[in-house]
Write a protein that binds this ligand. Sequence first.
Ligand code: NAD
Length: 245
Amino acid sequence: MINKTVLITGGARGIGKAMSEAFAKEGYNVLINFNKSEDEANELYTKLSEKNFYVKLFKADVSNRVEVENMIDYCVKEFGGLDVLVNNAGISQDKLFTDITDEDWDRMMNINLKGCFYCSQVALKYMISEKKGNIINISSIWGISGASCEVHYSITKAGIIGMTKALAKEVGPSNIRINSIAPGVINTDMLSEYNSEDINVLVEETPLMRLGTPDDIANCAIFLASDKSNFITGQVISPNGGFVI
Ligand code: NAD
């Protein structure tokens, strides 16, 4: 039995949901954060609680510092600690660069990048005092290679990689590991921005000839959270079927 606690932002849907389930099955206490996906969160909570997994839900907008502080405070009080933070919450938007408005830009930066900053900063205050911790940031292949019509999204995902590398250097001496997962094209609600023709092209351009599944990413997160990756920090692992090599 692993006596560890994980907090997964945006943990009720898609990749986050797969990670919530995988960590629960591994024996972690799981705090599942959600913002608007209340029905999905309640459904997942019921499913995992019925299996006697120790899971709790917390509604918070990751782009709101006070809500993030309340969430991490709750996590430490309820579970007695916070061992692993997975910064998974994120949004995407398909838009020509020349059409991006100030509101589009700010929303993208606030949720994808500032959310990661708030959650990491607040969690690290606790982790540094404990001299242990593990943060996994969900980036994207588009943060590595750039996506046409998703420039603001690509910027946030590249920023997450920069944050991962810089922070790994800063907090390594406190026995805290920071890594990033940069998924390829994964079959979740986020793909609703693409039509079936776009999806077929993406599959054809993927050497393993399929979309990724949320479980492909969850398996990677379990590895990065585990002692089996004890000497890995500041790295970007990209489960992408060979799409970006
Ligand atoms: P998704 O839309 O199903 O999940 C996104 C999650 O983030 C949802 O649970 C949503 O409620 C949550 N969220 C959004 N704004 C939030 C906020 N302000 N506060 C708290 N939670 C918020 O999509 P997904 O594919 O599961 O995406 C999960 C992560 O994986 C995202 O960071 C995304 O950028 C990244 N990613 C996805 C893909 C893909 O192909 N699906 C590829 C690369 C990276």
